[in-house]
Design a protein. Structure first.
Ligand SMILES: Cc1cc2nc3c(=O)[nH]c(=O)nc-3n(C[C@H](O)[C@H](O)[C@H](O)COP(=O)(O)OP(=O)(O)OC[C@H]3O[C@@H](n4cnc5c(N)ncnc54)[C@H](O)[C@@H]3O)c2cc1C
Ligand SMILES: NC(=O)c1ccc[n+]([C@@H]2O[C@H](COP(=O)([O-])OP(=O)(O)OC[C@H]3O[C@@H](n4cnc5c(N)ncnc54)[C@H](O)[C@@H]3O)[C@@H](O)[C@H]2O)c1
Ligand SMILES: Cc1cc2nc3c(=O)[nH]c(=O)nc-3n(C[C@H](O)[C@H](O)[C@H](O)COP(=O)(O)O)c2cc1C
Ligand SMILES: [Zn+2]
Lengths: 191, 90, 986, 433
């Protein structure tokens, strides 16, 4: 049976890449399709917000996870390190007393965007106040980008990651390029 | 107000992120309640002028159902609470 | 030649000449000109034609309120009608076309309307054009429509880009005149996040036209200094060419920025306009004030404009509006204009001041006090004025321009947009802004402060208050000594009695003083009625110049005070905003997001034709070489499934993971049928009702573990059902321990259907899936291809064949579909699309939203017996018992077959009893779904027919009047293939 | 000289009534238009009226007009809290049509369309009834099927309906997006007899007509309370005093719940704000009324040249007659998606009106479960086209205490009994209709 190799297809495999927009000078924005690694949705019983520590502890034995809050008592737990063969049932069991776990590794796509004018660019779609003192490094928000629902994390001073439903990833990608034309934008798929 | 709703979980968010269902002043009757009670619940609304409570879903945010207490003439918002968790947690 | 360019002065750059055309005539202007100033400099006085009487009109203002000088710019898809020449920045190659005239601006046939004007008074059309009735659409209306309207719009798509953006700030300042700039400096220095927007090309407001000095520096230069300082502040954003058009709830503002419409050569990487949605914690409206025209006979003759416009053209643009200019006012502000004109060497023939006590004017011009202009003369341009003195004879004065000032109206539009009414002030003879509210204040001349020093001071004070309130520690800036004009003491003059000729109030809409009188006489004296009856204030300038005059005249006619008359309602948009800006990038293909299945690329590779289903693209059918009609492909696909095996992408179905210790109990209340006892490893078809008892959605839900379910919904209601579940849990039953996660995007879901479905799957699935091991309605986790992929398998069937749905993580969707195709080759596996799926479900009588249309109950769909009689509660239970929902006359789902099998019929047809004449009362129901059944070899359909279940075998008429067909058909049970469901269990 | 005209063949009570005719306009013009008299009087409220109509909108005025003209009731007071026409009749997008699906609605709206067709001659006022055609676009098979079902329902009732394919649409409306659209236009359902009517003129024409029969139209007179003795209404409170009546007819559109509450009645209605818009004046651009099927947008062009358009309600309960920027953008995005050439056209003004959104999206014309209280409500955003029929049927009900034959299914008890008239199948959530 294993004469077949089932090769995953990244959601953005057909996305336009390369340089777009302003052509003089270096592009000021880079757009990166992050690798599709492990991404779990963790939900505690309704609205218990303060248990991220417990969740992290419970996840520890499976590898190092980063938790991104996605609503009261909800997180995306992601990890570039944990192998995709992770035994979900074991995770479920480990978290059973705290939260439910649902695999979203395929369902949600991560796109990184960075550069000096990144906030200016994002404000073309994202309604929340992105001022550097208002939405600080490490903060997250579930919000809109244009007509799309997105989950936003500020991962560094001028770098943000957007998690979007897989089916919308290409639309988001293309609209981010459009928003970035005036700054010059370089887009690539990271492997 | 109607442009910006302060979600108790997410902070200030624009109206686009929410879906409105309707009056929060009706309570689903107990299963065995008589037909009148059900009819009232499903169909009749006070629809007063002034202060109202409504169910708003933060559908493009935390996906919590909120009770937005507001004035329907000047659109001032008095209070926004999580429908399930109530005021104490917001 | 009367109007001309001054040799020096102004903020134009005489070293940068620009070429432009109007109606094809080439002209020259300079950088810094507006189209209006450049036209004026070229002595092109007539810039437009009025709406009703087609009178020649010149420019009246130098700003946003311009009612007359409207032109069309651009070509093809860039054609933009009704551009205010006063706000159009001149650029090289600008090409303007005049409007509302035929054949030409100078000679306009429509001007005969002027002669008919006694018949065309206010509201004339309400009294006439009624005879005969049939003439309205054919004759009168087309005539009126052709004569009315302003510019002509293009039919072509706009090729340019637009975008939107959000902004947040502590303080938004609307208007960058002295007030706004003082406020911005104060707040900016204190560290607040400030946005200051001004609709003009350059910030500075009236200071750009001002000759007064601040600290010894001319106002325009002083403004420049403030602006450079603001530019250097990181916390301040200056938005020139940006109009704040609306104040919405909270302090949400809409603004539109002209990014590139003023450029000859726009950069394709940038939008031409940008919509700003500004959430401000505080706002100061420093929008200035409008100078009002005076209402006297012939006040619309080209060459007549407001005194401040005269001043702006001279001071800012270096244009003399005439060689010999007169001024006519009821307040002091005309004297400053006179002084500036004289400084430029322009002859001021007279200052006509309606007030009896002359102002001490220190210039050369003759001051005629206690006098009024009652008429003007000149064809296509002003030649002469008739001035009426108190008692002496009328005097004629030859002039080629007249500046008029009827007083100043604070620009209160924005602050009144949320329903507050402005407040009348006798001292100002104007309406002042309503009291501050909700963090929104007005400052400077917009609040009735007329002096420059007062405006600077007020801007400072308002900003001090606003940002202190937010916790900043502002200090007032020092501006030094400020030169001032005396405040313009005013004596209202609403209408010059004894005027000869029409005295216009609303220039664009051709409303003159007599129209207002007529409206009152006919009972339309309420200011809102007057507006609607005469159309005063309804033109593109929204009464910026005319409303207060109209109110003044109404107050005289009705014998009431202006506040008793009151204002009409202020509303967005402060000035008109393009559809383009408000749509932003959401246009064309980007109107709505596109949603792609994880199998999209796979389907594409298989040659799929796609169809829109909500935001999704779904594969509809897969044409093969030689197939020229979609039906050929669909028939082939159906037969392949019925006889062999097919695969279909069903990933777009909504999928929701439901977890928690009360998950089963919860589902039991959500579905009308039982779910509590569904065993682990089983799927069940469920019907969800709304609380009013009607069917909401259907789908299968599988129990994957004690506390874990996997629900599928229809594609259309995926989002709706999730919200519904969340509502039920969070609002109705918050104590239930259950949670929901959308899984729609996580799984690629593939239907494998047909007699060989199991054979194909067995080659892919590691686990045993024999009929015993994995019977009909089994559901569970499996692995594929030697444990490479964790998947979920469901033995459910929409086609009526032996069928499975296989869910694999989306990223593996393409690979697994390829694998299935590969191992299925020997069984003749065929990809099939939504069309074939639709055919097979109709053959089986399965319902979709064609039947679940929001007005059916389970029994209508022959699912009445599914409704649990045991459960004491589920959504919809109580209301389902009502008479109307249990009425035996309700339409019931049936099958339909043409009596002549060569016949077909279509969806949306109605059903009539044989022999009945068509009428609503005779209506028996309607056809919901139809198809050609390749299995049966003829057309079939599903319908909802009154008492249908009792009528199997009955011969009826399928009536499709829209397509002019009537077909005889017979009612049957709605299952055409394998009614005993034997195929499902093999 | 124009006095005492005996138009309609009925006696006109007012002796200074001026009938409009080509001659009267010409003669008046010759005399400098000095002789026109008020189109309606400004009477003091009487102590008693046989019928009080609460609400001087289109429906209230039409009811008064038909009560007086067709049913012989003359002692009528119409109470209007503001100026007449200040409500939805004066702020709607003027579309008239009778392209309904259900038996409860179609005959009623067709009756209305027929009344529109003769209205101007009837009340001697040009309301600019313009039967320029109404088109509803469809973009998918499912939408087409729904349109066909509706069109066939219309034809069952003998009403004009035509199915247009894309080619026919291209001919009529060449500027729509057929080739680059996100949701390509497939075709449309046309009702040729649908069209537009000048909104204000409807209020004014009915007011003038009613007044000519002696109906008192009392502006700036809000009904603030209802006096009830047991199951009987005896009169109403107003800031201008108590006024007694034999019958009270509620007709307050967006404020229906508020006035019903005064009489102790709760309605299946929520009030919502709907925005409308007008563009700057343009030369003739669009000659019909068109509704987009892939977004919330519909448009027609006023005779003045403005594109009059609208979309969906803002979605939340509101009595404020102004809307939200989010909705503005939502509507206009759909507009540009449908007609890309709109992009360079400018929007002049937006406003809002309060919709009495009912629980099934259809109206109510019925007697309340009280002896002499009548309810006319639930018009959602479609009550303008209903104005004449609503007035006529309501007058019939008030005068005869029996529903007019075309309004027998628009009863209040249909919600309780489950005989809903739900065109959209959206269920008991008003903001979805
Ligand atoms: C933006 C918009 C667009 C629309 N477009 C269309 C369309 O294209 N086609 C269509 O058919 N319909 C349309 N409608 C709906 C239509 O306008 C209404 O359904 C209809 O006008 C309602 O009836 P009416 O004219 O009697 O209402 P209104 O004119 O609102 O009359 C009700 C009157 O009652 C008065 N009132 C309220 N309370 C009291 C009180 N206590 N005492 C005294 N008076 C009171 C109000 O002031 C008001 O004048 C639209 C509505 C809006 C707001
Ligand atoms: N002498 C008089 O009779 C008299 C009368 C009135 C004003 N004035 C003088 O005029 C000056 C007024 O100063 P000010 O600061 O109040 O007003 P201003 O006119 O100098 O500035 C207001 C600015 O706001 C802009 N604006 C208005 N609405 C806008 C909007 N919605 N969006 C963007 N921009 C908008 C205007 O185009 C203008 O540039 C003072 O110097 C005063 O002395 C004199
Ligand atoms: C069909 C229609 C056409 C309109 N055309 C115009 C117009 O050309 N100019 C204008 O200023 N307002 C126009 N309006 C809007 C009115 O000015 C006004 O805003 C609306 O009737 C609501 O009243 P309000 O704003 O006083 O509340 C129009 C309204 C309607 C219903
Ligand atoms: Zn939230």
């Amino acid at each position: 049976m294993s004469e077949y190799d089932l090769i995953p297809t990244p959601a953005l495999i057909t996305a336009p890449t390369g340089r777009f927009g302003k052509s003089d000078g270096a592009p000021e924005i880079s757009l990166i399709a992050c690798p599709e690694t492990v991404l779990l949705q963790i939900i505690t019983a309704s609205g218990r917000d303060k248990e991220d520590k417990a969740v992290l502890d419970a996840l520890e034995s499976f590898g190092s996870f980063e938790l991104r809050n996605a609503g009261p008592g909800q997180w995306f737990a992601l990890s570039d390190a944990v192998p995709k063969t992770l035994d979900l049932t074991a995770v479920e069991t480990a978290l059973a007393s705290i939260a439910d776990v649902v695999d979203q590794s395929s369902g949600r796509i991560r796109i990184a965007i960075e550069g000096r004018p990144v906030r200016d660019l994002l404000s073309k779609g994202i309604p929340i106040d992105l001022h550097t003192n208002e939405f600080t490094v490490g903060e997250t928000a579930t919000t809109l980008c244009g007509h799309l629902n997105v989950h936003l994390t500020r991962t560094a001073t001028n770098r943000y990651e957007i998690i979007v439903l897989r089916s919308y990833a290409l639309t988001l990608w293309e609209s981010l390029i459009e928003m970035g034309l005036e700054y010059g934008i370089d887009s690539k798929l990271q492997d | 107000m109607a442009s910006i709703i302060h979600c108790p979980h997410c902070g200030n968010r624009p109206r686009e992120e929410f879906t409105v269902r309707g009056s929060a002043d009706v309570t689903r009757p107990a299963p065995g309640a008589d037909e009148d009670a059900w009819f009232d619940y499903v169909y009749l609304r006070d629809n007063p002028i002034g202060r109202v409570r409504e169910y708003w879903h933060h559908s493009s945010g935390c996906r919590r159902w909120l009770i937005v207490e507001r004035n329907n003439t000047d659109h001032a918002v008095y209070q926004v609470t999580d429908a399930a968790i109530g005021e104490d947690r917001s | 030649m009367t109007a001309y360019r001054l040799k020096s002065g102004g903020l134009i750059d005489r070293d940068k000449p620009l070429s432009f055309t109007i109606d094809g005539i080439p002209l020259k202007g300079f950088a810094g000109d507006t189209l209006a100033s450049a036209l004026l400099a070229n002595d092109k006085l007539v810039m437009g034609r009025s709406f009703k009487y087609h009178r020649p009109r010149g420019v009246l203002t130098a700003g946003a309120a311009e009612p007359n000088a409207l032109v069309t710019l651009g070509h093809d898809g860039r054609t933009e009608p009704n551009c205010r020449a006063t706000m159009v920045e001149l650029h090289d190659g600008l090409d303007a076309v005049s409007q509302n005239r035929w054949p030409s601006l100078r000679f306009d046939i429509g001007a005969v309307n002027s002669l008919l004007s006694p018949l065309l008074g206010a509201g004339f059309y309400y009294k006439t054009f009624m005879w005969p009735a049939a003439f309205w659409e054919k004759i009168y209306e087309p005539l009126i429509r052709r004569a009315a309207g302003l510019g002509r719009a293009s039919h072509e798509a706009d090729p340019d880009r637009y975008e939107k953006r959000w902004a947040h700030c502590d303080l938004l300042i609307v208007g960058a005149g002295p007030t706004g700039l003082a406020a911005a400096i104060t707040a900016g220095r204190a560290g607040a996040r400030v946005i200051i927007a001004d609709e003009h090309t350059q910030p500075g407001g009236s200071m750009l036209s001002e000759t007064l000095e601040i600290n010894g520096i001319p106002a325009a230069a002083f403004a420049d200094g403030l602006i450079s300082e603001l530019r250097s502040m990181e916390n301040v954003t200056i938005l020139p060419r940006t109009t704040v058009f609306g104040w919405y709830d909270d302090r949400m503002f809409g603004a539109v920025e002209q990014v590139q419409k003023h450029l000859a050569d726009p950069d394709p990487n940038k939008p031409v306009e940008r919509l700003w949605r500004i959430a401000a914690r505080r706002c100061i409206v420093a929008a200035g004030s409008e100078e009002r025209p005076l209402v006297f006979g012939g006040n619309d003759r080209p060459g007549v404009m407001t005194a401040s416009a005269v001043r702006t053209y001279a001071n800012r643009f270096g244009v003399a509006p005439g060689k010999k200019v007169a001024l006519f006012g009821n307040n002091a502000s005309v004297y400053r204009t006179a002084r500036d004109l004289e400084k430029h060497g322009i002859d001021v023939a007279a200052i006509i001041d309606s007030r009896p006590d002359a102002f001490a004017y220190d210039g050369k011009a003759r001051v005629i006090s206690g006098a009024e202009v009652i008429a003007t003369d000149g064809s296509q341009r002003l030649k002469r004025l008739t001035v009426r003195h108190g008692n002496t004879d009328d005097e004629t004065i030859n002039v080629d321009a007249l500046g008029m000032s009827g007083g100043w109206s604070p620009t209160v539009s924005l602050v009144c947009q949320r329903g507050d009414k402005p407040v009348w002030s006798d001292a100002h003879a104007a309406f002042l802004p309503p009291p501050a509210r909700d963090g929104m204040v007005t400052g400077g001349s917009a609040a009735g402060i007329w002096t420059l020093s007062g405006c600077l001071q007020d801007g400072t004070n308002q900003a001090m208050d606003a940002v202190s309130d937010l916790g900043f520690k502002p200090k007032p800036p020092e501006f030094g000594t400020v030169e001032d004009d005396p405040a313009p003491a005013i004596t209202p003059l609403w209408y010059v009695a004894g005027s000869k000729g029409k005295a216009f109030v609303d220039f664009q809409n051709d409303v003159h003083a007599e129209d207002l009188g007529l409206a009152v006489k006919e009972g339309y004296g309420n200011v809102e009625h007057t507006k609607r009856y005469t159309t005063t204030g309804m033109a593109t300038d929204q009464g910026k110049l005319s409303n207060v005059n109209a109110i003044g005249i109404l107050s005289e006619v009705r014998g009431a005070s202006p506040p008793e008359i009151g204002t009409t309602t202020y509303r967005p948009f402060y000035t008109p905003v393009s559809f383009g800006a408000l749509a932003g990038a959401h246009r064309g293909k980007h109107f709505q997001p596109t949603r792609l299945s994880p199998l999209h690329a796979w389907a594409h590779k298989q040659g799929a034709e796609f169809v829109d289903v909500g935001q999704w693209y779904r594969s509809a059918w897969f044409p093969k070489a030689g197939e020229t009609h979609w039906r050929q492909s669909v028939d082939r696909e159906v037969l392949a499934v019925r006889n062999r095996v097919g695969i279909c992408d069903v990933s777009t179905l909504g999928k929701i993971e439901i977890t928690g210790s009360d998950a089963a109990a919860f589902l039991n209340r959500i579905y009308c049928n039982g779910f509590a006892k569904l065993p682990v490893g089983k799927a069940r078809y469920g019907l969800m009702l709304r609380e009013d008892g009607f069917v909401y959605d259907d789908g299968t839900t599988s129990r994957l573990g004690e506390n874990r379910f996997f629900m599928t919904t229809t594609t259309a209601l995926a989002a709706g059902v999730l919200s519904h579940l969340e509502f039920c849990q969070q609002v109705l039953w918050p104590d239930m321990d259950v949670r929901f996660t959308t899984q729609t995007d996580q799984w690629a879901q593939i239907a494998i259907a047909g007699p060989y479905a199991r054979d194909v799957l067995e080659r892919v699935v590691d686990d045993g899936i024999s009929n015993d091991a994995f019977p009909f309605m089994a559901a569970g986790a499996v692995t594929l291809a030697g444990g490479q992929v964790h998947a979920r398998l469901f033995r459910i069937s929409f086609s009526g064949e032996l069928a499975y749905e296989l869910a694999v993580p989306a990223t593996y969707g393409g690979a697994v579909a390829d694998l299935l195709m590969d191992v299925g080759k020997e069984f003749g596996i065929t990809p099939y699309g939504t069309e074939a799926m639709g055919v097979m479900r109709i053959e089986k009588g399965h319902v979709t939203h064609a039947e679940i249309n929001g007005t059916v109950v389970p029994d209508d769909l022959r699912m009445g017996r599914m409704v649990s009689q045991k459960k004491d509660d589920f959504i919809g239970r109580a209301m389902l018992k009502r008479d109307g929902l249990t009425d035996p006359n309700r339409p019931k789902l049936v099958g339909l077959m043409p009596i002549d099998i060569a016949d077909t019929f279509k969806n949306g047809s109605h059903i009539l009893n044989k022999g009945d004449a068509p009428s609503m009362a005779a209506d028996q129901g309607y056809v919901t779904s139809t198809c050609f059944s390749p299995t049966l070899g003829h057309g079939i359909g599903l319908a909802l027919v009154k008492r249908g279940t009792e009528r199997y075998g009955e011969d009826i008429i399928v009536w499709d009047a829209l397509r002019d067909t009537q077909t005889r058909a017979v009612i049957s049970a709605p299952v055409f293939v394998d009614p005993a469901n034997e195929k499902l269990h093999v | 000289m124009f006095n005492k005209a005996c138009h309609y063949g009925y006696l006109i009570i007012r002796d200074d009534f001026m009938r409009y005719s080509a001659l009267s306009i010409f003669l008046n013009a010759l005399r400098g238009n000095k002789d026109w008299t008020p189109v309606w009087r400004t009477p003091e409220p009487k102590k008693h009226y046989d019928v009080i109509i609460a609400g001087g909108g289109g429906h209230g005025l039409a009811t008064a007009y038909y009560l007086a003209k067709e049913f012989g009731v003359r002692n009528i007071g119409v109470l209007e809290k503001s100026y007449i026409g200040s409500g939805n009749v004066g702020r709607n997008t003027t579309i008239i049509r009778s392209n309904y699906l259900l038996e409860g609605n179609e005959p009623f709206y067709e009756f209305s369309l027929k009344l529109w067709e003769g209205l101007e001659q009837d009340f001697n006022f040009n309301a600019m009834v313009s039967q320029r055609g109404v088109i509803n676009l469809f973009h998918t098979d499912g939408q087409r099927d729904a349109a066909v079902r509706r069109g066939n329902a219309m034809r069952l009732h003998g009403v004009d309906a035509e199915l247009l394919d894309q080619a026919a649409l291209r001919e009529m409306l060449p500027f729509m997006d057929y080739d680059n659209a996100r949701f390509p236009i497939m075709g449309g359902l046309l009702q040729p007899r649908g069209g537009t009517v000048r909104h204000d003129a409807v209020a004014w024409g009915f007011a003038r007509g009613a007044d000519s029969f002696g109906v008192d139209i009392i502006q700036n007179c809000e009904m603030t309370g209802v006096r009830r003795e047991g199951d009987r209404i005896v009169g109403v409170e107003t800031p201008r005093g108590y006024i007694s009546c034999d019958k009270l007819a509620l007709c307050a559109a967006g404020h229906s719940s508020v006035v019903a509450e005064m009489a102790g009645l709760k309605l299946p209605i929520e009030s919502h704000v709907l925005q409308a818009f007008v563009s700057e004046g343009l030369k003739p651009f669009i000659d019909t009324v068109v509704t987009f099927g892939a977004g919330h947008f519909y448009v027609s062009q006023s005779d003045k040249g403005g594109l009059v358009f609208g979309g969906d309600i803002d979605g939340y309960n509101s009595y404020a007659r102004r809307g939200n920027l989010a909705t503005v953008e939502h509507v206009i995005e759909a507009g540009v998606a449908m007609i890309p050439a709109l992009s360079r056209i400018k929007v002049l003004r937006s406003w809002g009106g309060i919709m009495d959104m009912s629980m099934d999206g259809s109206p109510i014309i019925d007697k309340a479960p009280l002896e002499n209280l009548y309810v006319n409500a639930g018009w959602c955003y479609g009550g303008f086209k209903a104005t004449p029929a609503s007035g006529y049927c309501y007058a019939h009900l008030i005068a005869r205490d029996a529903p007019h034959p075309v309004a027998t299914l628009l009863r209040l008890d249909r919600f309780r009994r489950g005989y809903l008239v739900d065109e959209r199948g959206a269920g008991a959530q008003p903001n979805l209709h």
